[in-house]
Design a protein around this ligand. Structure first.
Ligand SMILES: N[C@@H](CCC(=O)N[C@@H](CS)C(=O)NCC(=O)O)C(=O)O
Length: 340
């Protein structure tokens, strides 16, 4: 009897899984506008985004700086609740199952760095965030790319971009955040996520929690590599701010600063602010971070779009570190000298 019930349940699960898989097809999408897709929309600009997502933050900052009004659709990531990105309704918006997506007159624009360029080009005041000369634009793009996460593979680019490093430096925040998420939610990722590595990581974080994380050496190694490469990127930024300043491109606040605001905010949220953004280490950067936090767009795009999971995770990291000083030692000093 028990066996028969078990086999029936398994059969139901299998049929459900095949049915859902059929209706939740995922695949990569190229960056930029897709004019061949038209989505239901009410306003000229609409944004599918998430409170915690670094790439979404960048785009919100950009739209606010450009003064582009938009209708927002908040979509959950596993970090803020559940995989709404894998839901049927969101997969119609982006079959790649990732955020953010800007929708312009019904057509989706993918990849946050492409969205920034697209939004600036289609605003009535592009000169607000883009320098006039093509030489300066090229230089700005270098700094945008240095803060970007191009493609899906976080590991691929830690040597070239701070945007990839911040992904691995977010590990403590992700592990802390999973404490508040029921186990069945990350498991959905194992079934339907296009990027299995990410789904496996979040399921693992659910099991290890923040404290158990330090025992997972391969993850600690990746985080340590990202930590050390981040120093290289920040040193380069410090040098640039010293030469130019007060903004990356000198007097003009540009898309480069928009992109870096997202990276530095992630360092704050994942409790790396004291470690990286203190005056002793990088005096110009510390000053720069203060200026960024003083901008109106920091208030509107980041603070006004907060989510309780961000504050709860940060508090948990701080409390856990206070009770376990060894954890700070491991996060900040493990595998030193092995990474660069
Ligand atoms: N290269 C993409 C990366 C987008 C991306 O990975 N977004 C994350 C949030 S920052 C996401 O949607 N993750 C969902 C998931 O992996 O389940 C971009 O710049 O837009």
């Amino acid at each position: 009897m028990i066996m028969a019930t078990f086999i029936t349940a398994l059969a139901f699960f299998f049929v459900w899984f095949l049915w859902e898989k059929q209706h939740r097809k995922t695949h990569t999408m190229a960056g930029g506008i897709h004019k061949n897709i038209t989505l239901p929309h009410e306003q000229e600009f609409e944004l599918y985004h998430n409170a915690l997502s670094q790439c979404s933050k960048k785009v919100r900052i950009c739209l606010d700086e450009l003064k582009i009004p938009y209708k927002g659709h908040h979509i959950h990531l596993i970090e803020t609740g559940y995989y709404e990105t894998l839901s049927r309704h969101f997969l119609k918006v982006n079959p790649a199952a990732i955020l953010p997506v800007l929708v312009h007159n019904g057509h989706p624009v993918y990849e946050s760095h492409d969205i920034l360029a697209y939004a600036a080009a289609h605003s009535s005041t592009p000169q607000l965030l883009v320098p006039e000369s093509s030489e300066k634009q090229k230089e700005m793009q270098y700094w945008v790319d240095k803060a970007s996460f191009i493609g899906d593979d976080a590991e691929a680019g830690i040597k070239v971009s701070a945007g990839y490093c911040s992904g691995f430096l977010s590990v403590p925040m992700f592990a802390a955040g999973m404490t508040f998420i029921p186990l069945r939610y990350p498991l959905i990722g194992l079934l339907f996520h296009r990027l299995k590595f990410r789904a496996v990581l979040f399921s693992l974080f659910k099991i290890t929690g923040l404290k158990g994380l330090t025992k997972v050496t391969p993850i600690m190694r990746k985080m340590a590599a990202a930590r050390d490469y981040m120093h290289k990127h920040l040193s380069e930024l410090e040098h640039q701010l010293n030469q130019e300043g007060p903004w990356i491109m000198g007097d003009q606040f540009t898309l480069a600063d928009v992109s870096w605001m997202g990276v530095l905010e992630r360092l704050r949220e994942a409790d790396w602010e004291v470690y990286y953004l203190s005056e002793q280490q990088y005096p110009k950067l510390e000053q720069y971070w203060k200026q960024l936090k003083g901008r109106k767009s920091y208030q509107t795009a980041i603070l006004d779009n907060g989510h309780h999971s961000i504050d709860k995770s940060l508090q948990l990291i701080k409390d856990t570190k206070e009770r376990n000083p060894k954890m700070v030692e491991i996060f900040e000093n493990s595998f030193i000298g092995q990474n660069l």
